[in-house]
Design a protein around this ligand. Structure first.
Ligand SMILES: NC(=O)C1=CN([C@@H]2O[C@H](COP(=O)(O)OP(=O)(O)OC[C@H]3O[C@@H](n4cnc5c(N)ncnc54)[C@H](O)[C@@H]3O)[C@@H](O)[C@H]2O)C=CC1
Ligand SMILES: C[N+](C)(C)CC(=O)CC(=O)[O-]
Length: 343
């Protein structure tokens, strides 16, 4: 856990000024049935679809005037994929209530998932508001893709129940959630969230330490940094980058992670032989790493490259294609449970 055994709080810390650092003491995570999703765009909407498919009652709030319409559209578009995976008993899009205020959304929630835009001040203010409106003891998770909770929980009255629950797009199909607390999070809240996500059908990695970008995004972003570099230098096109993964390592990564995959590169000698054999020659590609300058030219090249790669397919077409492909992979790699649900 991020903050192992709590001692007396530092008098300058938010913990010291909070009315009470409340550990989650209400519903056991496996029994929680009412989820509030705050922020209902790509990720919040994806969470809504996931929780509905798992049979939860979901309340959602988003300040955008057209949010309810867009959310219902997203759920409708995802429902065929979710049905093909297998719905939990009683699961229905009708169990979604879109509320007019944030307070209504969280009033009876047993778990809250925040998925508002990735802006630090906005997250800080929103988590403070959520903490004030949510019943005591209920865990509140942020979908942030990179901010440490320590930086987001600075103004909440009870920071002890705030955790990061970082999902992957779309949350209704990709099982992984990375869970981590901040300096002022109660480890019990982290443990509660991890158990809740598991009960909700997710694969959970609980991190003991805060690392910007968590684990999977650091890996993805390292790869993406190289990709942008090669596009900027004219060494690879957007299409080359995507093909190099979908026709190459990406096929293996759905089955085995990069570590075990490379252990097999060492043949009978496994990882030890792989390191002896290839380690010295990796120094040169490794030391080339640096952040590319995301200037206008690179920005335009990447956007144009993606338009070209889409080859006339709309975003909705690509979402449907991705969802079908991910379900096929989940099925082919034995990651579906008894009822056909993703494990
Ligand atoms: N898009 C992605 O692939 C992933 C995004 N995330 C994280 O999920 C969060 C949401 O990102 P997206 O869904 O992509 O963004 P988005 O732009 O699709 O959706 C954000 C939603 O938040 C709403 N919103 C604006 N101000 C708000 C406020 N004050 N309170 C509540 N809602 C508000 C907007 O109306 C919008 O519907 C971010 O923290 C992001 O880092 C995490 C994993 C993947
Ligand atoms: C692009 N992103 C950093 C927001 C991506 C994620 O956070 C996870 C994902 O879905 O790949």
């Amino acid at each position: 856990m991020t903050s192992p055994e709590k001692t007396s709080p530092d008098p300058a810390s938010p913990e010291a000024t909070s009315p009470k650092a409340t550990p989650p003491e209400t519903t056991p995570p496996e029994n929680a049935r009412r989820v509030a999703c705050v922020g209902a765009g790509v990720i919040g909407g994806g969470w809504v679809a996931h929780f509905l498919a798992r049979g939860y009652d979901v309340t959602a709030w988003d300040p955008a005037p057209d949010a309810a319409l867009k959310l219902r559209r997203l759920v409708d578009a995802a429902w065929p994929a979710l049905t093909s995976l297998g719905l939990a008993e009683g699961a229905s899009p009708d169990r979604l209530t879109v509320t007019g205020t944030l307070e209504q959304a969280v009033a009876k929630a047993e778990f809250v998932q925040e998925s508002a835009p990735e802006k630090l001040d906005l997250k800080r203010d929103l988590l403070t508001r959520l903490d004030a409106a949510t019943p005591p003891g209920v865990v509140i998770a942020s979908s942030t893709s990179g901010y440490p909770m320590t930086d987001m929980q600075t103004t909440a009255a009870d920071p002890s129940r705030l955790v990061v629950g970082h999902p992957f797009n779309p949350p209704y199909l990709i099982p992984l959630v990375e869970v981590v607390g901040g300096e002022h999070t109660d480890p019990a809240a982290v443990a509660w969230a991890a158990r809740f996500y598991e009960a909700a059908g997710k694969s959970v990695i609980t991190m003991d330490n805060e690392v910007p970008g968590f684990i999977a995004n650091r890996l993805q972003e390292a790869l993406w940094r190289e990709a942008l570099h090669m596009v900027a230098n004219g060494e690879a096109t957007v299409r080359d980058i995507d093909l190099s993964i979908t026709e190459g390592p990406g096929l293996r990564w759905a089955v085995m992670g990069p570590m075990l995959t490379f252990a097999l590169a060492g043949g009978e000698g496994g990882m030890a032989h792989m390191l002896d054999h290839f380690g010295p020659s990796l120094k040169s590609p490794w030391t080339r790493l640096e952040a590319p300058e995301l200037d206008r030219e690179l920005y335009d090249a990447v956007v144009a490259g993606c338009d070209e790669a889409a080859d006339g397919r709309s975003i909705a077409d690509l979402v449907a294609e991705r969802d079908k492909g991910v379900i096929d992979v989940l099925r082919a790699t034995g990651r579906l449970g008894r009822e056909g649900e993703a494990r």
